[in-house]
Design a protein around this ligand. Sequence first.
Ligand code: SF4
Length: 446
Amino acid sequence: MGLRIALIFARAELRRGTRIKHFMVPPYSLQILSALTPPQHQVRIIDEYHRLADPNLQADIIGIGVWTAAAPRAYALAEQYRARGIPVILGGPHVTVQPREALSHADAIVIGEAESVWEQVLQDVEQNQLQAIYHGEPLSLAQSPAPDWSPIQHNDYIAQVSMSTSRGCCRSCDFCYESCLPKPNYRQRPLEYVLKEFDERPFPVIAFIDNDLMIDRTYAKALLTALIPKKRFWLGMTSISTADDEELLDLMAASGCRTLFVGFESIQPESLREVHKGCNRVENYLRNITRIHDRDIMVNGSFVFGFDHDDEDVFDRTVQFGIDARLETATFTILTPYPGTALHQRLDAEGRIVDRDWGHYDTTRVVFRPAKMSADTLETGYFSAYKNFYSWSSIMQRCRRHEAGFGQRLLLNVAYKRVEPLYRFLNNPLPAGWLRSLFHWYARAW
Ligand code: SF4
């Protein structure tokens, strides 16, 4: 008799302005575990950003994916299910960097990537011999299966399907979980696997969730060339330095790229140096954004506040940069020293970590002592940056009123930020369906 397996993506406590990102793309890692599960077992996946896990959930084993800000919720869930006699196994980035803490709330934990040990875990559960700690080794992505999408409700998400061509990163920025991991850890899936999976997912918009889809330009150009005849739309993440290569940009546009999430992090070179984000060249930002816009690709810029070189002016200067650059959308975050990262180690050594409640490590709260401003100023500046960037005046300037696509850009801005407070007030889920329709309309406008 097979096992009833519930895999839960635990939900962090959400604050203003942070909700929409969880509606953009489905989580990915739990679908990989589902694909690795032998067919005699049944798998349910529960994404708590859409539906909270039922306290009376019926399962033979529960696996919970844990990110730092969701750790308190994950631990509470684990204890609740263990009290009912259901074994709970925890995994994910937070567990990898805080294994002892995680193990105190679970029957077992997986440190590292779970693919290499998942079948062993299930065998051990069946034989009632669950071990306390499993060490997952990074596998070649030729050995990792395509995710199993059958347990996912695609219509919960704006991009109904996410895909990945790679794992890990060649870089090691101090604030990123990547700085905790043994290097080199960057691996690519064989191109034929990616294209086969792309063909098997007949949705109009695909979200690539690679840390940087264009990091290996030879691979990226081969992928994009193969995508051109498929006439689909896609969105993904990359570095602004990608736009140094105009041939690559041409291929991105021709293959259906309609929006890029770009980690600018800071408009100050000294802040980028401070956290070893060496691939970003501030002097090329405006030129490269223009190159992307010239190909009708939207830019969602991501910026971080709270670096040691940031002073009280950084909020207004960053928002003004976003307006001058005509960024379609922007995401702002407060620098967050996730445990295990190089940033956490440095701030801890300097005695500047002031809050160790992991639930506050959600990039909207200040958990360390900033160098050039008070914590209150940093938090207030963060919220004011959102308010000012999504003010009507800013939206009208950024949406390029006299250019094609103005209406689409305007509606996306309204949908992206200004409607969210209404839905929070009504305590309704965000309308992923009509946001998706809006995005499709935008994507087809050219
Ligand atoms: S922030 Fe981006 S570029 Fe830097 S290490 Fe993390 S994934 Fe890589």
